[in-house]
Structures are given as C-alpha cells and as structure tokens.
Design a protein around this ligand. Structure first.
Ligand SMILES: Cc1cc2nc3c(=O)[nH]c(=O)nc-3n(C[C@H](O)[C@H](O)[C@H](O)COP(=O)(O)O)c2cc1C
Ligand SMILES: Nc1ncnc2c1ncn2[C@@H]1O[C@H](COP(=O)(O)OP(=O)(O)O)[C@@H](O)[C@H]1O
Length: 317
C-alpha cells in the first residue's frame, strides 16, 4: 500500500479504480465503499486505490474550529491495510485546492487515461462550495469511467439513523459507546503511548493507572468511567478507564487513565490500543480520596461484569 501526496505523483500504468472521500472512522458505510471498490477493480482487472485528504477540508476552512477526528492518520492507515489497496493518494487541501471548481478537479482526474472507475458515497461533494457530486461525475465522464454512487447505509438495528462520521462523533461525545460500536462495526478505539502521570495511582490510591498520551486532534469521549479492553504487547486485557480532569485532585489537564485488571507490569513508553465498550458512570469530585478508592473498587467489579457479559469482540488492527 503505497502512500503518495498528489495526483501528479501517480505512476501506476495499469487500469485503476479509486474511491474518493475523507473516510473518518472507516465506519460501516465507508467499509461498503471500500468493498465495492475492490469488487469493481476485480471486475475491470484493475488496481484499486483511494483518494483521500488530510487535514480535514473543514479544518482548513475553519482553522479556529478544527474537526475532531475519530481516527488519527496512523489508525486510519492501519485499518486500510486490510483492504490491500494498491495506492493511497493523500491530498493536503489548501484554500486554493478547496476553491477550485468541480470541473477543474475532474479535469485533473481525466488526465489518468487508465482511470476505469470511481466510487463515492451518496453525500460526497467536491469543488468550491461542494458543487460537484456523484451525478456531476457521471455526466462528466460519460461512459469513459464507471462512476458508482453508494447509497447511505442506515442503522437498521435500531432507528434507521444514517451511518455517518458526524453521528458517530455525537455518540462518542455522549459516551454512547454501544451505538458508536454498531455504526463503526467494531468498538471505538484509540492507539496511544503510555506516559508518566503524578504517581498517585500506585502511591496514594493503591490502584495504578496507565496514562495514555493523546493528540489535540482526537475526538474524545465525554468525561467519565468506562469498561474497556486494552491491548498491550499483542495481548488483550479487560480494563477500566477514567477520562477527565480528576476533580478530586483539582488537576488542570484532561487525562485518560486505565487500570488493567489482573496485571502487574511496567509499561511506560508502550503503544497500546484501548477499546471503549460501555460507560459506567460520570466523573465525580470526592471530598476524601478514601471515598474515591472505595468507588473505584466498585467500578472495577462492575466493569468486569460488563466485559464478561459483552461479546468479547476481538478486532485486530
Ligand atoms: C476506575 C476509575 C475511576 C475514577 N474515577 C474518578 C472520579 O470519579 N473522580 C476523580 O477525581 N478521579 C477519578 N479517577 C482518577 C484518579 O483520580 C486517578 O487515577 C488518580 O488521580 C491517579 O492519577 P495518576 O495516574 O496521575 O497518578 C478514577 C480512576 C479510575 C481508574
Ligand atoms: N494493573 C495495572 N494497570 C495499570 N498500570 C499498571 C498496572 N500494573 C502496573 N502498572 C504500571 O504502573 C503505571 C501506573 O502507575 P501510577 O502510579 O498511576 O503512575 P503514573 O501516575 O505515572 O501513571 C503504569 O503506567 C504501568 O507502567
């Protein structure tokens, strides 16, 4: 899976089929687009690839209010690996790119004489003020390139809500991990490094908590306590995670801290994968840290039960 950063760098000479989109979350709708891309590529004996963007176009237009992402770039590419795409074109959109007309963008694509197919979602738009969409593409390419529009997939399991990155971000922000899981087709996860905290976990509370270092672009769940799984050095363990500002200790920073059940190892510097299964409760300010200890012990028991009950959904990235 080769990653390049402009259409001009593309040097694949064989026939090729592209999916185009931002694909934040690679949720069930995106998964359908990627599967259809592979299928169309096979039908046309073509290579397969995606044209995607980073940063998010809306973050370029509104830099003061950047889109918080479900997946970091690294996580997105880890998931994409399993689709065995031949090439990823990751365009860095600047204002000039975003202000081009949809015809200008299509003319650039037309330069690839080996382009055989394009797959986009029903809500995909491109060009200045989103004037281009799947229909514009179909008209532009006529019969030269097969343009396929994938209809939005709805969550038939519950209320037919459209599966979209925006809806998933809302679920995560509300701590509704079960709904996020249904839309993503896997638990919401983060992959980050274990860093040092204040050492209160082992020294004061007797409950060590591994702190995950996260980036500013990451979409975060609402503050509170969650039943989670953590993958450390390739092994998956039940765990319980608190995200918040530790009001009991008047901390300033928002931290993500995980107590790993039946585990006793030093893991500073490790890159871990944390899967969020279900919210247990909101974060509370305790008057005495001794009360926090008692509550955490109850939380650990509850998380253990939740994880035992839930299907142990193993998802390897
Ligand atoms: C299961 C669990 C629940 C927690 N709940 C709260 C809480 O409700 N309020 C709070 O102030 N801190 C809570 N914490 C965070 C602790 O305050 C934090 O883990 C402790 O201060 C250790 O920090 P350190 O790793 O920086 O040493 C919780 C931690 C865990 C593991
Ligand atoms: N069961 C466990 N859960 C979480 N971390 C553990 C566990 N056992 C050992 N550790 C280690 O202890 C560290 C957390 O201890 P803690 O006193 O809270 O320190 P810090 O404040 O630096 O996070 C983790 O980063 C990890 O290296």
């Amino acid at each position: 899976m080769k990653i390049i950063h402009s259409l001009e760098e593309m040097n694949i000479k064989e026939p090729i089929v592209f999916a185009i989109g931002f694909f934040d979350g690679i949720h069930k709708g995106h998964q359908e687009i990627l599967n259809q891309t592979k299928k169309l590529a096979a039908k046309k004996s073509a290579k397969s690839g995606i044209i995607t963007f980073y940063p998010h176009p809306l973050s370029v237009i509104f830099p003061e209010n950047p889109v918080k992402l479900i997946l970091t770039q690294t996580e997105k590419y880890e998931i994409l690996k399993k689709y065995n795409l031949d090439i990823i074109i990751e365009i860095k959109p600047d204002i000039e790119f975003l202000h081009q007309s949809h015809e200008e963008f299509l003319n650039k694509l037309k330069k690839f004489s080996n382009l055989k197919g394009i797959i986009v979602g029903e809500n995909f738009t491109f060009g200045y003020k989103g004037s281009g969409n799947a229909e514009t593409m179909k008209k532009f390419f006529k019969n030269e390139v097969e343009v396929k529009k994938i209809n939005l997939i709805k969550n038939t399991l519950t209320d037919n809500t459209v599966i979209s990155s925006t809806n998933i971000r809302k679920f995560i922000a509300d701590g509704n991990m079960r709904e996020a899981m249904k839309f993503l087709g896997r638990p919401y996860f983060i992959t980050d490094k274990i860093v040092h905290g204040f050492k209160r976990g082992s020294e004061l509370l007797g409950i060590p908590t591994a702190n995950l270092e996260y980036g500013f672009e990451r979409m975060l769940p609402s503050d509170g306590v969650y039943a989670t799984y953590i993958e450390v050095k390739g092994n998956k363990h039940p765990s319980i995670t608190n995200i918040g500002t530790n009001p009991t200790f008047n901390d300033k920073e928002r931290t993500i801290e995980t107590f790993i059940l039946d585990f006793d190892e030093e893991i500073y510097g490790q890159i871990v994968k944390l899967e969020w299964i279900e919210k247990v409760r909101d974060e509370i300010k305790f008057e005495k840290y001794q009360d926090l200890i008692l509550q955490i012990k109850k939380d650990i028991e509850k998380a253990g039960e939740i994880l035992k009950r839930s299907n142990n959904y193993i998802f390897k990235i």
